[in-house]
Design a binder for this molecule. Structure first.
Ligand SMILES: CC(C)(COP(=O)(O)OP(=O)(O)OC[C@H]1O[C@@H](n2cnc3c(N)ncnc32)[C@H](O)[C@@H]1OP(=O)(O)O)[C@@H](O)C(=O)NCCC(=O)NCCS
Length: 181
C-alpha cells in the first residue's frame, strides 16, 4: 500500500529486525512514550515481538523512499486457547522526526482495518498507556478504544514518581462503523 507522501505500509517481516530495533531506540530516547528505556530496547526484545507478531499476530511497518522503517505497529495473541480471540500488548512507534504528521493515525487505521477484514476471529485488541501520555490516550479513544479501569501506581518514572497505567480495549462489537476507517 503506497501513501500519498511516498511512505509505504507493508506487513512486518523478521528481516526488519535491525531497522525496527533502530526505530525503537530512537523513539525511546524521548521519555513518556514507550514504556522501555533506550537501554531496555534490546535486540532480543525486538526479535521476540517480531516473532510473536509474525507467528500469531499482526504487524505493519511504514517504509520511506530510502527504504528506512519510520513507523511500526504490532500486537499478537497469547498462546492459550481462551485468549486466542485477542490481540494484546499492542505497541506503536513513529520516528520522532515524523511524529505529529498523521503517520501514526495512518498505520493504526490500516492495522484496525486489517483486523476487521482479515482477522474475523479477533474480537478484542488490548493496549496499555501511562496516564500522562494524554495525546496517545486521546488518539486511541478516537480510534474506538475504551478505557477499562486504571492500574494505580503501576508506572515508576525516572524521577521516582509513580503514575497510573491505563488499560484500553477495542472491541469488534463496538465498531459496526469500522467501514469508515
Ligand atoms: C503516539 C504516536 C504513535 C502517534 O503517532 P503520530 O504519527 O505522532 O500521530 P499522528 O500525527 O497520526 O496524530 C494522531 C494523534 O496522535 C497524537 N499525537 C501526535 N503527536 C504525538 C506525540 N508525539 N505523542 C503522543 N501523541 C501524539 C495527536 O494528538 C493526534 O491526534 P489528532 O489526530 O486528533 O490531532 C507517536 O507520536 C509516537 O510514536 N510517540 C512515541 C511513542 C509512544 O508514545 N507510543 C505509544 C505508547 S503506548
Amino acid at each position: 500500500m503506497v501513501r500519498a507522501n511516498s511512505i509505504e505500509l507493508r506487513p512486518s517481516a523478521i528481516d526488519d529486525l535491525a531497522s525496527v530495533h533502530s526505530l525503537y531506540r530512537a523513539v525511546a530516547e524521548s521519555p513518556g512514550g514507550l514504556a522501555r528505556l533506550p537501554v531496555e530496547i534490546t535486540r532480543s526484545y525486538v526479535e521476540n515481538f517480531l516473532h510473536a507478531t509474525i507467528s500469531r499476530g499482526l504487524g505493519f511497518v511504514a517504509v520511506d523512499e530510502r527504504k528506512e522503517i519510520v513507523a511500526e505497529i504490532h500486537s499478537y495473541s497469547p498462546e492459550i486457547f481462551c485468549f486466542s480471540h485477542i490481540l494484546t500488548d499492542l505497541t506503536i512507534a513513529v520516528h520522532p522526526s515524523l511524529q505529529g504528521q498523521g503517520l501514526g493515525r495512518d498505520i493504526f487505521t490500516h492495522f484496525l482495518s486489517s483486523v476487521n477484514t482479515q482477522r474475523p476471529h479477533i474480537n478484542r485488541v488490548e493496549l496499555i498507556t501511562r496516564e500522562s501520555n494524554k495525546r496517545a490516550l486521546a488518539f486511541y479513544a478516537s480510534l474506538g478504544f475504551r478505557q477499562e479501569g486504571e492500574l494505580q501506581n503501576r508506572v515508576l518514572n525516572l524521577d521516582g514518581s509513580l503514575e497510573s497505567d491505563i488499560p484500553m480495549a477495542w472491541l469488534r462489537s463496538d465498531t459496526s462503523d469500522l467501514k469508515e476507517l
